[in-house]
Design a protein. Structure first.
Length: 338
């Protein structure tokens, strides 16, 4: 695809070649993300960050990624502090905010809303999560992490074995990730969820028709015994009609060190898009895994900055100028010196 000036609304936009291009640019962002060098390539550019649902990682890492490229960030969080609360339409909001920004990231609780906003926007829009539909930048950073983690263990993406666990019905990260995984070869995908929260058939069919082996299960222990990646997810409480309904499923699949030791292979990588629900009635990834070297969740979150920097550099067409607008940093940064 042509990245310059494009919206990023769905992973369906990407071919395998596009993904490899994004990952190559993401690799080149490492000196900047690690504060070994600074670049001002996006000096004067403004990111409009509009988050109408709670977010820690996506909102902050999109903002940091833009700042690390030298741009400025303006934010709106929640409907209450936006004129949408006064009845303003997405169309008008998009027309107005795209006059103030060079690129916009948006999260919204309704599926399709970010695409609707983008159709009225005068600048590129990146989908930061639209309801239970998609979370494309998360899927890119998940895939980037999977690739890095399996390569470090001598494996490859093709023939990867992965278990996706939890609320696969409402989880937008697994929806987007499954579509990206379908682009690779001969995968073994195990989908573990309560029957009522199964992966929608269209995603399962997409994997199967691309030649991958898909196993559907509602049992955890055996499902994680033959995989390279365990990708755990949270029960998406905000998509249920009541907390009580979500409570029926919370805590159904818990991974802790004892279960990992008993059932997983010694090299199995543990991932989660985060936030993990650490309340005692959920606790899908126990804190006793925190010292497990195969727990990749924080490396995964860190990778979000690299991938989002790459997306901005490609959308604003400055990939070839990043280094020529850079210099060494003049402060001490701990991670750069690790
Ligand atoms: N943070 C991810 C999302 O917004 C996953 C989650 O919230 O469970 O989709
Ligand atoms: N993974 C993710 O989207 O996290 P946030 O909801 O905190 O943005």
């Amino acid at each position: 695809m042509r990245f310059a000036g494009s919206h990023v609304l769905s992973v369906e936009q990407f071919s395998r070649e596009d993904i490899e291009q994004i990952f190559k640019v993401a690799d080149s962002m490492e000196p900047y993300a690690l504060r070994k060098r600074v670049t001002r390539v996006l000096e004067g550019a403004i990111l409009g960050n509009m988050f109408f649902e709670p977010s820690t990682r996506t909102r902050v890492s999109f903002g940091c990624a833009f700042n690390l490229l030298g741009g400025e960030v303006r934010e709106t969080t929640g409907f209450k502090s936006s004129a949408i609360a006064k009845g303003e339409s997405l169309y008008d909001t998009a027309r107005v905010l795209s006059g103030y920004s060079d690129v916009i990231c948006m999260r919204h609780p309704e599926a399709g809303s970010v695409a609707e906003f983008a159709s009225a926007s005068r600048v590129p829009v990146v989908n930061g999560g639209d309801g239970a539909n998609e979370h494309p930048s998360q899927a890119l950073l998940d895939l980037y992490t999977i690739q890095k983690e399996v390569k470090a263990k001598g494996g490859s993406m093709d023939r990867l074995r992965i278990a996706m666990i939890g609320d696969l019905k409402h989880g937008r990260t697994v929806h987007s990730l499954s579509r990206l995984l379908a682009l690779y070869e001969c995968l073994d995908v195990v989908l573990v969820s309560p029957g009522e929260l199964a992966m929608p058939e269209s995603y399962v069919e997409n994997l199967r028709s691309a030649g991958h082996r898909v196993t559907v299960s509602s049992e955890l222990n055996q499902s994680i015994s033959q995989v390279d990646i365990v990708y755990s997810t949270r029960i998406q409480e905000e998509r249920f009609s009541s907390k009580e309904e979500a409570d029926l499923y919370r805590g159904r699949f818990r991974l802790n060190q004892a279960i990992y030791t008993k059932y997983c292979q010694p090299n199995t990588v543990i991932m989660h898009p985060l936030p993990r629900d650490s309340r005692s009635d959920a606790n899908e990834l126990d804190n006793d895994l925190n010292q497990n070297p195969n727990l990749a969740i924080f490396r995964q979150a860190d990778n979000g900055v690299l991938v989002r920097m790459a997306l901005f550099a490609m959308i604003l067409d400055v990939v070839d100028q990043v280094d020529s607008h850079s210099r060494d940093v003049n402060w001490y940064h701990r991670r750069a010196n690790e």
